[in-house]
Design a protein around this ligand. Sequence first.
Ligand SMILES: CC(C)(COP(=O)(O)OP(=O)(O)OC[C@H]1O[C@@H](n2cnc3c(N)ncnc32)[C@H](O)[C@@H]1OP(=O)(O)O)[C@@H](O)C(=O)NCCC(=O)NCCS
Length: 155
Amino acid sequence: MVKVEFLIDSKIIGTGLEDSLVAGILIEPLQKMYPGFSDWLLPCLSQIKEGKRVLIGALDDRDLVGVCILKYLKNEGLEINTLFVKLEFRDQKIGIRLYDQVLRHARDRGQHFIDVEVPVADLILTGFFVRRGFTEVSRNWRFGPEYALLRLALT
Ligand SMILES: CC(C)(COP(=O)(O)OP(=O)(O)OC[C@H]1O[C@@H](n2cnc3c(N)ncnc32)[C@H](O)[C@@H]1OP(=O)(O)O)[C@@H](O)C(=O)NCCC(=O)NCCS
């Protein structure tokens, strides 16, 4: 049974990329899509420990199988930095359960909006948010002309 919970366990977060279970599931798939991903993730792990970002994890026993990282924005908003479920655990409602915790956190903290940036080409991820009421705010091409990113928001 996969458990979904807020994680502050330093064994899961790790002290560096080598011993971090979060880095362990994210780097290989996401580094290909987002150049510089590991440079972004390293300080992000420290910020999770400092409480500046939030980590929600899906755990299958001790194995981390899904992750959502949140950042607090100015103007009482939350940004979903990463929503990711390990390939072999997909389509088992783990993404939905991670997202439910995001909504709960936003409600508990009185956050007024949620932002996320997704690749236009990832129809599963984009559809996931659009079906949950997110609408387009802007597009950018900072990772190259063939790689459009869509900024979506739920207000
Ligand atoms: C998007 C993602 C988080 C969904 O997680 P999941 O646990 O597989 O999804 P769930 O089982 O909770 O289902 C969520 C929805 O996606 C749909 N879905 C799941 N797998 C799907 C597939 N292969 N094709 C189409 N839709 C699919 C479900 O039907 C469900 O639909 P609903 O929105 O109508 O309820 C997962 O596909 C993923 O991690 N993708 C990669 C995301 C990524 O690159 N993240 C990094 C940048 S943020």
